[in-house]
Design a protein around this ligand. Structure first.
Ligand SMILES: Cc1cc2nc3c(=O)[nH]c(=O)nc-3n(C[C@H](O)[C@H](O)[C@H](O)COP(=O)(O)OP(=O)(O)OC[C@H]3O[C@@H](n4cnc5c(N)ncnc54)[C@H](O)[C@@H]3O)c2cc1C
Length: 461
C-alpha cells in the first residue's frame, strides 16, 4: 500500500533484523495478539509500538488512564521500526545544530531545541534508574571528533554563536591537536568536544515499556496495521480505525507511526520524508577488548553530511557503528536509494565504507589480527522520518478533532522522545501545550504546515 518513497506507505512486510532484534527474540509479546480480532470499541488507540507509541501509552497509564481503555496497533512484530534498529546513542546535540536551527526557527527556539535534548538524557537516566530498566543504559560522555580543519571551523563557529546567544556550555569540554588525539584515540582528530551522553539497548527499553503497559491491561495487536481512519457514521465525534482484523471505534487516536505517518494523515505526505539509515555491529578484536573497550561514545565527523556514530557496549563489548545517510563519498545510486521505506536489506557499499572508515579512524583495530568470529558481525537498515524544518510533529491535529501526532524525529528520537511522548500524553488528557515544556516549534499546527508549504526553509541535515 502506498509509495515506497513516501510516508503514505505501510511498513515493509519482510524487514531484516537488527543486532538489537536478534538479541531479544524471546520477548514474550513480540507477536502479541497476532491473529486476534481487535475489539469493536476502545477509548484510546495508539498506532505504532516504537519508543513514541510505547512511552506515550506508559505515560497515559501513569496519569491514571485504565489499561483496558488503550490498545496499541503495530503493523509488524512489537517495536519493529526505527526504535529497534538505531545506533543505540542517547546523545544530545550540545551546540552543533544551533546555527542551523536558528536560521529556521530563530535563536530562542534553537536554544530550546538544544536544551530539550539535554533534558531528554537526564529523563532517560532518571527513568531507567527509577524503574530499574534492564536496557544496558550506560551514562557516560561523548566525543564529537572533528576529522578535518573545515569541520573544526564549522563546530567552532556553532559553539561561539551558541555561547553568544546565552547557551549553557559548562558541561562541554574542548580539546585540540595532540590532546584531542590522546583523549579520543583517534589518530586523525583535529579537535574534539566532549559532553554527557549515553547509550542503550533500544529494543530492550521499548520492550520494557510494552511489557509494563501490557501488565496493566493494555492490549497490543501486532501484525495489525491501521489501514484507514474514517469518521464514525452514527457518532461523528468518534473515529473508526480500520485494520485487517476488524474496525475499532474510538474517541482518541495517537499517531506514533514515524516515517509512515501520511498513510493515515494524508495532509502530511509532503512533510514527512522516509529515509533509510544503516548501522553495523562489530565484534572487537583485542584492540578494543577488555581494558581497551571504549569508555565514551563518538560522533566522528568529516563534514556535516559525512560522519560515523560509534558506541561500544559494556556487556558484550559489541561496537555499533552508524553511517550518515548523505555521506557524499557514496555512489549516486546508493545516495538515491536512501529515500525509501524498504528496511528488508542492507547496502554493501555502505557496509564497506563503514568498516574501511572505522579501520582508517582507528588504525589500532586494523593493526591487530582479526580472528574468525571477530570483525563485522551484522548490518541492518531502519527508516527514519525527516521533516523539512528538522523538528518533530507533536500535538493535536486541529482538522481531525481527537487525533494527535508524535512523529518525525529526524533521526534523533532517542534524544527527543522522552520529553515528546510525555508531552503528547498531557495534550491527549486535555492539558495546555505550555504544560509540555517542549520547544514551541515542535507543535503540530496548520500554521506550521502552511509555513512549510511556502518553502524557503533550508534543510538542515
Ligand atoms: C540506523 C538508524 C540509526 C539511528 N540512530 C539513532 C541514534 O543513535 N540516536 C537517536 O537518537 N536516534 C537514532 N535513530 C532514530 C531513532 O531510532 C528514531 O528517531 C526513533 O526510534 C523513532 O521512534 P518512533 O517510535 O517515532 O518510530 P518507530 O520506532 O519507527 O515506530 C513506529 C512504529 O509504527 C509502526 N507503524 C507504522 N505505520 C503503522 C500503521 N499504519 N499501523 C500500525 N503500525 C504502524 C511501525 O511498524 C513502527 O513499529 C536511528 C535510526 C536508524 C534507522
Amino acid at each position: 500500500m502506498g509509495d515506497e518513497k513516501s510516508s503514505n506507505s505501510l511498513p515493509q512486510q519482510t524487514p531484516c533484523l537488527s543486532y538489537w532484534q536478534r538479541t531479544t527474540r524471546a520477548f514474550p509479546h513480540l507477536f502479541a495478539n497476532q491473529s486476534t480480532q481487535v475489539p469493536p470499541r476502545v477509548k484510546y488507540v495508539v498506532i505504532g509500538s516504537g519508543l513514541s507509541g510505547a512511552l506515550t501509552t506508559f505515560e497515559l497509564i501513569e496519569a491514571g488512564v485504565k489499561g483496558e481503555d488503550v490498545i496499541i496497533l503495530e503493523a509488524r512484530e512489537a517495536a519493529s521500526g526505527a526504535s529497534s534498529r538505531n545506533a543505540g546513542h542517547v546523545r544530545p546535540d550540545a551546540f552543533r545544530g544551533f546555527n542551523a536551527y536558528s536560521k529556521v526557527h530563530g535563536p530562542e527556539q534553537a536554544l530550546k531545541i538544544i536544551a530539550n535534548e539535554k533534558l531528554v538524557l537526564e529523563k532517560v537516566d532518571e527513568f531507567v534508574r527509577k524503574h530499574n530498566v534492564q536496557c544496558d543504559f550506560n551514562l557516560t560522555s561523548t566525543f564529537d571528533v572533528c576529522m578535518t580543519p573545515e569541520f573544526a571551523k564549522y563546530e567552532a563557529e556553532s559553539f561561539e554563536a551558541y555561547k553568544q546567544a546565552g547557551g549553557e556550555t559548562s558541561h562541554i569540554k574542548y580539546y585540540e591537536g595532540e590532546e584531542a588525539r590522546e583523549k579520543t584515540r583517534v589518530h586523525g582528530a583535529v579537535a574534539a568536544y566532549e559532553w554527557p551522553a549515553g547509550s542503550s539497548h533500544p529494543a530492550k527499553l521499548v520492550q520494557f515499556l510494552l511489557q509494563s503497559v501490557i501488565e496493566r491491561g493494555v492490549q497490543l495487536f501486532t501484525f495489525c496495521p491501521g489501514t484507514a481512519i474514517r469518521e464514525n457514521e452514527s457518532e461523528p465525534k468518534l473515529w473508526d480505525v480500520h485494520t485487517p482484523r476488524g474496525t475499532i471505534t474510538t474517541e482518541k487516536i495517537i499517531h506514533c507511526t514515524n516515517a509512515h505517518a501520511a498513510l493515515l494523515i494524508p495532509q502530511l505526505e509532503a512533510y514527512v520524508q522516509p529515509n533509510r539509515a544503516q548501522a553495523h555491529s562489530l565484534v572487537p578484536n583485542s584492540a578494543f577488548g577488555a581494558e581497551n573497550v571504549l569508555q565514551k561514545t563518538f560522533s566522528l565527523r568529516y563534514s556535516l553530511y559525512h560522519f560515523y556514530s560509534l558506541i561500544q557496549r559494556k556487556g558484550d563489548g559489541t561496537l555499533i557503528l552508524g553511517v550518515s545517510r548523505s555521506n557524499p563519498t557514496l555512489s549516486p545510486e546508493t545516495l538515491a536509494s536512501r529515500f525509501s521505506t524498504d528496511d528488508s536489506h542492507y547496502n554493501q557499499e555502505i557496509a564497506d565504507d563503514a568498516l574501511n572508515s572505522f579501520k582508517k579512524i582507528f588504525p589500532d583495530y586494523a593493526s591487530q589480527e582479526t580472528a574468525h568470529g571477530e570483525g563485522l558481525d551484522h548490518s541492518w537498515t531502519g527508516i527514519i522520518a525527516m521533516t523539512p524544518d528538522s523538528v518533530p510533529f507533536v500535538g493535536a491535529i486541529e482538522s481531525l478533532p481527537g487525533q494527535y501526532i508524535c512523529a518525525g524525529f529526524n533521526g534523533h528520537g532517542m534524544a527527543r522522545i522522552f520529553t515528546s511522548a510525555p508531552g503528547i500524553a498531557k495534550l491527549v488528557l486535555g492539558h495546555e501545550w505550555s504544560t509540555t515544556g517542549l520547544p514551541e516549534c515542535f507543535q503540530f499546527s496548520r500554521k506550521r504546515l502552511s509555513r512549510l508549504a511556502e518553502g524557503g526553509l533550508p534543510s538542515i541535515w
